[in-house]
Design a protein around this ligand. Structure first.
Ligand code: CP
Ligand code: NVA
Length: 253
C-alpha cells in the first residue's frame, strides 16, 4: 500500500482486509520508500511487484498509476488519484444496494466539486445504469473529457435544488480536496450555494439517501443535521470499504 497522501478509511480497510483474508499488508508512505526521493516509478514498479502479489496506490497524478501499472507484474489498485476514486464507488454501490435495492434506473444527484469523486460517479452512472444530475459551481466542473465520455448518463444543472429533484441518492464531497488546502477560503465562497442541507434533501425523493466518502466538514458541504440524520448512510458506506475491497482483492488475486 503506497500512500502519497493521508488516509483513514482506505488504509485501515485494506490493511484489516488483507489480514482477515489471511494475507499481510505493508504500509509505505513516501517517506518510507526511495520513490519519495526520486527513484523512478518504472524502477519502483518492477522491484516492488517482484516481491508482492498486488499493489495499492494513492497518488496525486493519475498518470503515475498508469505508469506504475505498465511496469508492474502484479495487479495495481487505484486507491484515489486526482482523477478518480473507484474503491470508494465499490463501497457506495454496495451500500445503496443493501439499503435501497438496485441502483439501475435510479436518479443520483452530485452536489459540489466536480472532483475525483464526481468523475467516478460519472463512470459509475454508465456502468450501473443510473442517471446522474451534477450541480457544481461553474469554475469547478468535472473535466471536459469526462463530460463528453459520459454525456449519455449525466445532466448538468446550474443549481443544487434542480439537481436534487426526485433524486434517490444525494452525494457530496469536501470543497477543498487533499492538496487544495491553500484554496480553502476562495472555495468556501464559490461553494456557498452548494451545501447539502435539510431543505435540499426535501427537494429529493422522500426516502432519498445521503452519502459522503468522508472525511466530512460539517457546516461546509453538508449540515450536521443531514450527515447525522436519518437519511444518512455514511457509516455503513465507510464500513463497506472493508467488505467491498476484500471482494476486490479476492477477484484480483
Ligand atoms: N473516503 C476515503 O477514501 O477516506 P480516506 O481518505 O480516509 O481513506
Ligand atoms: N475529494 C477528496 C476525497 C477524499 C477521500 C480528496 O481527493 O481529498
Amino acid at each position: 500500500m503506497i500512500f502519497d497522501k493521508p488516509s483513514t478509511r482506505t488504509r485501515v480497510s485494506f490493511e484489516a482486509g488483507m489480514t482477515q483474508l489471511g494475507g499481510h499488508a505493508l504500509f509505505l508512505s513516501n517517506r518510507d520508500i526511495q520513490l519519495g526521493r526520486g527513484e523512478t516509478i518504472p524502477d519502483s514498479a518492477i522491484v516492488i511487484s517482484s516481491m508482492v502479489d498486488g499493489i495499492m496506490l494513492r497518488v496525486s497524478a493519475h498518470k503515475d498509476i498508469a505508469t506504475f501499472a505498465q511496469h508492474s507484474s502484479v495487479p495495481i489498485i487505484n486507491a484515489l488519484s486526482d482523477e478518480s476514486h473507484p474503491c470508494q464507488l465499490l463501497a457506495d454501490m454496495m451500500t445503496f444496494q443493501e439499503h435501497k435495492g438496485k441502483i439501475q434506473g435510479k436518479t443520483v444527484a452530485w452536489i459540489g466539486d466536480g472532483n475525483n469523486m464526481c468523475q467516478t460517479y460519472m463512470q459509475a452512472a454508465k456502468a450501473f445504469g443510473f442517471r446522474l444530475n451534477i450541480a457544481c459551481p461553474s469554475a469547478y466542473q468535472p473535466k471536459k473529457a469526462f463530460a463528453e465520455k459520459y454525456a449519455n448518463s449525466i445532466n448538468f444543472h446550474s443549481n443544487a435544488k434542480s439537481a436534487c429533484q426526485n433524486a434517490d441518492l444525494i452525494i457530496t464531497d469536501v470543497w477543498a480536496s487533499m492538496g487544495q488546502e491553500t484554496q480553502q477560503q476562495q472555495r468556501q465562497a464559490a461553494f456557498a450555494d452548494f451545501q447539502v442541507s435539510a431543505e435540499l434533501m426535501n427537494s429529493a425523493s422522500p426516502d432519498a439517501a445521503f452519502m459522503h466518502c468522508l472525511p466530512a466538514h460539517r457546516g461546509e458541504e453538508v449540515t450536521a443535521e443531514v450527515i447525522d440524520g436519518k437519511q444518512s448512510l455514511v457509516w455503513a458506506e465507510a464500513e463497506n470499504r472493508l467488505h467491498a475491497q476484500k471482494a476486490l482483492l479476492l477477484f484480483l488475486l
